[in-house]
Unconditional design. Sequence first.
Lengths: 427, 124
Amino acid sequence: MQRLIGTQSALIALILGLCAAGAAVFGLSDRVDSARTQTSLLSSLQLDVERLHISALKVALHRRATSVQRLQLRRFQAKSDRDLAGLRGRLTPRDLRQVRLDSAIFVRTVAQEFDAGDQSGTVFTRLNRHFETFTDKLAHLRSGADDRYDRANHERKIALAALIGLTILSLAVFERRGRVARRQRADALRRENDRLVELDTMKEEFVASVSHELRTPLTSIRGYVELLLDGEGGPTSDDQNDFLRVIDRNTDRLLSLINDLLAVTRAEAGGLVLTYERNDLGNLVRDAISGAKPAAAARSIDLRVVAEPLPEVSVDPTRIGQVLDNLLSNALKFTPVGGTVEVRLVALNGEVQLEIADNGVGIPAAEQARLFERFFRTAEARGSGIQGTGLGLAISKTIVEAHHGSISVASTPGVGTTFSVILPAAA
Amino acid sequence: MNESKKILVIEDDPDIRTLLNVRLKAAGYAAVFAFDAVTAISTARKENPDLIILDLGLPGGGGYVVMERLRALATLSLTPIIVISAQDAKVHTERAGAAGAYAFLEKPIDSDRLLAALAEVLSD
């Protein structure tokens, strides 16, 4: 909590600093801009004034000027125009007032000298000297304005540098905070991951140990039930035998639950070790079908295979056999007496597709999405008393995916269900 | 014909001992019992059985320790051993075989398979 407050204050300070630097830059920019606008305005005013005064001078000279004097005057005017154009600089109002005063005095002096009948050559010498003084003054004034401009500009540069520095600093601070946060997140994730791996191992050990503890009493239950059924405990009535078979059947059920639980836990903990062999999926399917034949026959279900020549697959035959047994057993369980279960094998491009299609009760769309979840059993399965642990499809999916394959279902209630398994062909 | 064959059952669960006793006697074998790792060795030396049924989870030392000790005894080094266990068959089938067991049967024991295995070993 304290650290949080600390970082918050640092953050606020940083933001305030950025604002101040930004304001300084904008303020100085304004000052620089206004200085520039002001001086350019003033210099144009000053030029106008100069022209006004020179015109007055011209008029004064014209009155008694000789042709040589007029030529000299034109040259002077051209020079003054050039120089003044070069002097478009930056003057304060006080500078301008000074210029105007000087010029006024000068014009009056020259006019008086003309009236006094002075030598025109002297007038021009004075005129030139005056103009040089005047341009020197303007140059000096401009350099002062330049200094002010440079100073403001310099300050602006410093403020800009400060702003950039602060921005970089804040970016660095944010970046560092980000890096620290990322590292902390990575550490947290790693710890979480370690904990999950540990939990997974614990879960696997727990399930293994529970399964061992459950199997031991089941050994006695099943063993003694069988003893009774075999008549080792003396003769039993038909009713007693029926009851004993119920116990036996439920022992089987518990046992398959334990086996499935162990299998799914091991598969989830990454303990599914596959022993790959190149194999024709058709052979594995035929093995599975011969195993399922008695169950199909018992319910008069037509169990058939439609196969085309297939490329070989690289699979663990035991595991894929488990998937086939699972899918076949499901198809037989949910197909009514006299129905059909068809196994189709199709070669796709670089893959082999296995379909197990039945014309059984079907699965509602809402339940299809959950079929591959552990312990999920459809309402039909639960309601009709069909045995199962709800783990078979979850295990099948894990096995198929471990083979880089996929498993899916398509079903229409009342029409039937098709499970598809796609496995990559062997390279 | 099995009358002469003596089987030592090393099993800590009394219910399973009784169960096996009934089964073995019914099949015509003579059964003797031990319930932990220590009595297993002394009973085996005293009885010199034709075959040993060994549970893996035993008090006083695991089934593998018992197997090792039995194998170290001159008179019992060649006595066939059938391992029975509720522990993970996937792990122990191989391990028991490597330790010199004739067969591994997962609990709950299928009595038909057990009797078939016994007949197979003892007919040799």
